[in-house]
Design a protein around this ligand. Structure first.
Ligand code: ATP
Ligand code: MG
Length: 304
């Protein structure tokens, strides 16, 4: 499936947006939604993220690949406010959001899911989703005497939460405790929760890890539908068939640095990416037309 799409081709505007970008680390994008400048984060002297400049094009799926410990999750943590950089800044549509708290960043439109799902087991599925709604009018002190205002807000939250459960095939689990969901259903719940605040950018950290192939196809269709809705998707994944099938653009990290970025074919053929991550076996297996079983995960990567 190298260079092909999972279930659709990029729209013309998405393809056009990419054509104008150079395929070099830190290249400028035609319409960047997220910009990183001079990001650096170390833990005990070990540099986990060192990104002088990075731009993420609006309205496409950008995948971040790289070996275990490359800094992918650390970068997500920094972008979403769950961690702070030692140096540098990042901007969401021109707004400097460095050092903002996660809920404030989410309110501005950037949300993330976690490598390990975070559903609250002792809350009902519907309440898990409702809890992820952005700031609610009823919580604002100056609107508290206006019950009609918070009631209509509450109704909208209820309707949106139910619509999202429907969209992700969880409506029948609405009133069950989240703890009773299967691993795959929890992944779907994560998607629903992330969309509750009506984000502009969604960052997915290994949403396919540990799910069976049928469910991963379903999840990929959901990922594509997010871009169809106008969202920008940042996607961390180790399964290269999924990455090659769904991505408009790929960024490869190794030892905290961006070593390559570009269209899927370019990055998959980049010698630095092959050396640091894919290995030469990846191309031998994918160029083999015999249809033999492929090992699509460059190294043992799933850590949940
Ligand atoms: N809180 C922390 N304390 C100490 N070291 C950390 C912390 N978070 C990340 N690191 C280190 O930073 C480096 C990057 O880790 P990170 O989890 O970002 O990698 P990753 O690319 O997401 O890997 P994986 O593919 O295994 O999920 C690793 O060396 C890791 O040990
Ligand atoms: Mg990670």
């Amino acid at each position: 499936m190298i260079g092909g799409r999972w279930c659709s081709v990029p729209t013309d505007s998405r393809a056009e947006a990419m054509l104008e970008s150079a395929e070099t680390p830190g290249a400028a994008k035609t319409d960047p939604i997220l910009v990183v400048d001079g990001f650096r984060r170390s833990f005990g002297g070990v540099v986990s993220v060192d990104v002088p400049h990075l731009e993420v094009q609006k309205g496409i799926i950008t995948s971040i690949i790289g070996p275990n410990g490359a800094g992918k999750t650390t970068l997500f943590n920094l972008l979403s406010g769950f961690d702070r950089p030692d140096h540098g800044h990042h901007f969401l549509e021109g707004q400097d959001i460095t050092h903002w708290r996660p809920h404030k960043i989410a309110r501005l439109g950037l949300v993330r899911t976690f490598q390990l799902t975070k559903a609250l087991a002792k809350l009902r599925v519907i309440d898990n989703v409702k809890l992820a709604a952005g700031s609610q009018r009823g919580e604002r002190i100056w609107l508290a005497p206006l019950p009609s205002s918070w009631r209509s807000q509450e109704r909208r939250v209820d309707q949106r939460a139910d619509a999202l459960l429907e969209r992700f095939g969880l409506a029948h689990m609405r009133d069950q405790y989240a703890g009773t969901l299967s691993g795959g259903q929890r992944k779907l719940l994560e998607f629903a929760r992330a969309l509750m605040s009506e984000p502009r950018v969604i960052m997915l950290d290994e949403p396919m890890a540990g799910v069976n192939p049928a469910l991963s196809q379903t999840l990929m269709r959901h990922v594509e539908s997010l871009v169809g809705d106008g969202l920008t998707v940042l996607f961390v994944e180790h399964d290269m068939d999924l990455v090659m099938g769904v991505s408009d653009w790929i960024i490869c990290l190794a030892q905290g640095k961006v070593i390559a970025e570009g269209r899927p074919r370019t990055v998959a053929g980049d010698s630095k990416v092959i050396e640091a991550y894919l290995g030469t076996g990846y191309h031998r297996e994918h160029d083999d037309a015999s249809g033999a079983k492929r090992d699509t995960q460059p190294t043992k990567q799933v850590d949940q």
